[in-house]
Design a protein around this ligand. Structure first.
Ligand code: BGC
Length: 769
């Protein structure tokens, strides 16, 4: 550095010292911590043999959660020989302590293991499935759910969770849409960050914090035809604009690890994709943690057609993968590849360093047993407090899709209810997908929840009414665990008759129907997204009684509900609500809580509209007023969804004033303030999520018709009104152009504010550079 530049630098420092001081202090602290960590890991690695280094890259399953055809054997021996770096699918203080003892006491270098698990929406206390959690639009609540999950998971010895799942999904056929936050990158990014903060807390060294693992990197939700594990192929602009933001948001929130996905990205499997794992993730985004493969994903690179196990293991390592889950490709081939000059020592060292650094960041070298505590396991798990939080989360996640003539809320005393459907008196299906440690026997059924609220004040006439499905081939596929779905001993006709009789002697029908636990989640793609036929037949028979019908809908994905929307008086979408399902449903059905959820994935009218999403392009022949020839539409159906992104009703009504803008012509880095006044015009206190969308009708590329750029949840008493303002800066106008430059272009924009992505008011503005 030249002398005068030093002078300039020191002047700059003095000018900004006041503001910079806390930041500079924090940076200095981080740098000092990093230096300490580097020195520690370097000195440890000097002592390690090549086998011990490769051992750190090997993640095995303890067998308590298996999602492939391969598992690991001989784990005890593997730990002692130093050929295992971590275990997942093993939990419980005793189990984990035993394994950690072997690693710390019996291996040459006493390196602790890392213990992971798919803690996706709670550990023992199960919260709503992630798609349901996202419908809350409540970041504090979501962060808190992750914090509780971390507290419970660490109480059972875990220190690493395979969550958040942040894959954007626009295809309801894909079963894993249930595990993510829906279709929108902006909302998805906010939720991803909240989850990471909830899991990792203020320091991953804390005994009740875990390391997050952001998955599945990347673009897994773009699987063609919604078919599980299928090919993904999309333009770079779409990746950057619509699919990558949530991964980046999770990284910026400090996520310690990433998991590579099963699919291809630009023709190369993600697990062996150097552009993805190194150029983008590390060089462009600056990720400093480690990347683990998905379950046997390294081996599966062979099936993608990139070579034998030795070749694909080397490719994956060189691409930037650090840890190999289950398949043992790294363990069994990397040494040979090193000897044959197919990988370098430096690459193995780098991956080993990253795994050791993760253990260091978790504080495991200071105390390998930091969260293995039999007392905490008894005290901190499935507590009243945690269950209450899960109930509140569930209530907030429910979406009221329809409510004709205010049929809901139901009266708490007097009259009678026909409570029907295969999910009405059912505990098994309350929890949804990925509940490894969740005990369904402990969940609250809808029947129990309703009884808790009304006791004997309302007569309940119960009938199961139908099987979840009568299709035995489908049933076999659903039963990947013992007795997940079974056939009743009665005939479908007898069951239906019973339900109709119950309806006839009741004032109102509450039909609890939809998808069972294994109908969504991994490897649960469906080509037909209707409510299963057996249940639909029952609904049709019930509708014929003429009694008002409330549908309580369980679903891990948007379903096509055109018939239900026409024939039911009310539809309450409850997703898979978790441990406290029945209690939360009771609270909402009887009006103790007024539903406020809004859907985060578009509900199509029919499966044929998929992929369907609100932030689509205009096309050269836009759809305007219904299907016409030579426009971008269908001959047989409208383009419009049944329920658009952001949609959800309330027991009360909200009125929006017109949008007030601080300006309509702006320049450069100015800030635009957009304000609406929202009034509760109904009889119930309620919550409304006010949504801001921005459109960019003229640009150098074809842009989405609108994009979500802000939201705000307000609570309003009857008659109360509140102003909701959004501060809009040019940052919100930016997009990726053909050069993948993230910038905004001057000109006209539309500012839209409303109650969902379709029902908005729109104002034009001009923003010049
Ligand atoms: C899933 C991952 C999961 C892993 C470990 C895989 O089959 O794709 O989401 O984390 O198994 O259980």
């Amino acid at each position: 550095m030249k002398k005068n530049s030093i002078k300039r630098l020191s002047f700059k420092i003095s000018a900004v010292t006041l503001f910079m001081l806390p930041l500079a202090k924090a940076d200095a602290q981080t740098a000092a911590n990093d230096a300490k960590m580097n020195a520690f890991v370097t000195s440890l690695m000097k002592k390690m043999t090549i086998d011990e280094k490769i051992g750190q890259l090997n993640l095995v399953t303890g067998g308590m959660a298996i999602t492939g055809s391969v598992t690991n054997n001989g784990i005890d021996k593997g730990i002692v020989s130093g050929s295992i770096g971590g275990i997942f699918g093993l939990y419980g203080a005793d189990n984990v302590r035993k394994a950690q003892d072997e690693a710390v006491k019996k291996t040459r270098l006493h390196i602790p293991l890392i213990f992971g698990l798919d803690v996706i929406h709670g550990h023992r206390t199960i919260f709503p499935i992630p798609l349901g959690m996202s419908a809350t639009w409540d970041m504090d609540l979501i962060q808190n759910s992750a914090k509780i999950a971390a507290k419970e998971a660490t109480a059972e010895g875990l220190n690493w969770v395979f969550s958040p799942m942040v894959d954007i999904a626009r295809d309801a056929r894909w079963g894993r849409i249930s595990e993510g936050s829906g279709e929108d990158p902006y909302l998805g990014g906010k939720i991803a960050a909240a989850m990471v903060k909830g899991y990792q807390g203020t320091s991953m060294k804390n005994a009740d914090a875990v390391m997050a693992c952001v998955k599945h990197f990347a673009l897994y939700g773009g699987a063609e035809a919604g078919r599980e594990y299928n090919t993904v192929d999309m333009s770079r602009i779409r990746m950057y604009q619509d699919y990558l933001p949530p991964y980046k948001a999770a990284l910026d929130a400090g996520a310690g690890s990433f998991m590579s996905s099963f699919n291809t990205v630009d023709g190369v499997p993600a697990t062996a994709n150097k552009w993805l794992l190194t150029d983008l993730l590390r060089k462009e985004w600056g990720f400093k943690g480690f990347v683990v493969s998905d379950y046997t994903a390294v081996n599966e690179v062979s099936n993608h057609g990139l070579g034998d196990l030795q070749t694909v293991s080397a490719l994956s390592l060189k691409a930037g993968l650090d840890m190999d889950m289950v398949g043992e490709g790294f363990l069994t081939t990397l040494k040979k590849s090193l000897q044959q000059g197919k990988v370098t020592q430096a690459k193995i060292d780098l991956a080993c360093r990253r795994v050791l650094e993760a253990k260091y960041k978790l504080g495991l070298f200071d105390n390998p047993y930091k969260s293995i505590d039999a007392e905490r396991e008894k005290r901190d798990v499935f507590t009243e407090e945690n269950r209450k939080a899960a109930r509140i989360a569930a209530e907030h996640s429910f979406v009221l899709l329809k409510n004709t003539n205010q049929v809901l809320p139901l009266k708490k005393s007097g009259g009678s209810i026909a409570l029907v459907g295969p999910l009405a008196d059912n505990k098994r299906d309350m929890l949804g997908t990925w509940v490894i440690a969740g005990e369904w026997e402990k969940s609250i059924s809808v029947m129990e929840g309703i009884k808790h609220i009304v006791g004997d004040n309302v007569k309940i006439n119960y009938a199961k009414g139908s099987n979840i499905t009568d299709d035995t081939t489908f049933m076999k596929r659903l039963n990947f665990g013992p007795d997940m779905v079974s056939l009743d001993s009665r005939s479908p006709e007898d069951m239906m008759d019973e339900a109709v009789k119950a309806a006839k002697k009741s004032d109102i029908i509450v039909a609890v129907v939809g998808e069972s636990q294994s109908m969504s989640g991994e490897s649960s793609s469906r080509s037909d997204i209707d409510i299963p036929e057996s249940q639909k037949n029952m609904l049709k028979a019930l509708a014929k009684t003429g009694k008002p019908m409330v549908i309580v809908l369980f679903n891990g994905r948007p379903l096509s509900l055109t018939w239900e929307n026409e024939n039911a008086a009310a539809i309450l979408d409850v997703w898979a609500p978790g441990t406290e399902a029945g209690n939360a449903i009771g609270e909402v059905l009887f009006g103790n809580y007024n539903p406020s959820g809004k859907i985060t994935a578009t509900f199509p009218r029919s499966v044929g509209q998929i992929p369907i999403y609100y932030n689509h392009k205009n096309t050269g022949r836009p759809y305007t007023d219904g299907p016409t020839k030579f426009k971008s539409n269908y001959l047989d159906i409208s383009n419009d969804p049944l329920y658009p992104f952001g949609y959800g009703l309330s027991y009360t009504t909200f009125n929006y004033s017109s949008i007030k803008l601080s300006k309509t012509k702006l320049k450069g880095n100015e800030t635009l303030k957009a304000t609406v006044t929202v009034t509760n015009t109904g009889k119930y206190a309620g919550e409304e999520t006010v949504q801001l969308y921005i459109g960019d009708p003229v640009a150098s590329i074809s842009r989405s018709v609108k994009e979500l750029k802000g939201f705000s949840k307000v609570i309003l008493q009857p008659g109360q009104q509140k102003e909701v303002s959004f501060n809009i800066t040019p940052e919100l106008l930016k997009f990726y152009n053909t050069q993948l430059k993230y910038d905004w272009e001057p000109g006209e924009f539309t500012i839209e504010v409303g109650t969902n992505s379709y029902d908005t008011q729109s104002v034009k503005i001009q923003w010049m550079k």
